[in-house]
Design a protein around this ligand. Structure first.
Ligand SMILES: CC(C)(COP(=O)(O)OP(=O)(O)OC[C@H]1O[C@@H](n2cnc3c(N)ncnc32)[C@H](O)[C@@H]1OP(=O)(O)O)[C@@H](O)C(=O)NCCC(=O)NCCS
Length: 142
């Protein structure tokens, strides 16, 4: 398994991976090909893929608000799970974010997602039960 930056040529494989992983994404909003291309152009180091040969088997999208680095859209192909691919993607994400001067790494995990919670706990992340996520958005597509 090798981790490398994704390019827009990987977009279709990325969407297929999200679909296989049953991960929610905003096809007409911030995960559309146009939006992803623009985000990649601005921060090419923030899109990472795990490959077995030519096959994309895991991916993560990073973001930074300058104070925190966020780990988003982490997904591993169901046929390749429990082999440490997500753990390796998280380690590489932290390395990339550190290079950008970030010292706090964060992730939003839906409450039901006990597998993901366990993964992040194992990677040293602390759960904050006293915080509830609020957001305001222009539409459900963004
Ligand atoms: C969550 C997900 C990314 C984990 O990917 P993965 O490559 O299988 O994870 P790893 O093999 O690196 O797991 C490392 C450790 O995390 C924990 N872990 C991972 N998945 C787990 C699960 N489903 N249940 C319990 N613990 C889990 C285990 O401690 C595991 O170590 P072990 O296999 O030695 O027991 C993958 O299941 C997935 O894509 N799920 C659907 C999308 C999703 O929920 N993404 C996260 C959004 S926040």
């Amino acid at each position: 398994m090798q981790i490398r930056r994704l390019s827009i040529a990987d977009y279709e494989a990325l969407v297929e991976l999200w679909e296989r992983a049953k991960l929610h994404y905003k096809a007409r909003g911030r995960d559309s090909k146009e939006e992803i291309a623009a985000q990649m152009a601005a921060n090419p180091q923030f899109f990472l893929g795990a490959f077995e040969g030519d096959r994309l088997v895991g991916a993560v999208v990073l973001s930074s608000d300058m104070r925190r680095g966020w780990i988003n859209r982490l997904a591993v192909d169901p046929g390749f799970r429990r082999r440490g691919i997500a753990k390796a993607l998280i380690a590489e994400s932290e390395r990339v974010l550190k290079e950008a001067g970030i010292k706090v790494f964060a992730v939003h995990i839906e409450n039901w997602n006990t597998g993901s919670k366990e993964l992040f706990r194992k990677c040293g992340y602390v759960e904050h039960r006293d915080v509830t996520y609020f957001s305001k958005r222009e539409s459900n597509e963004v």
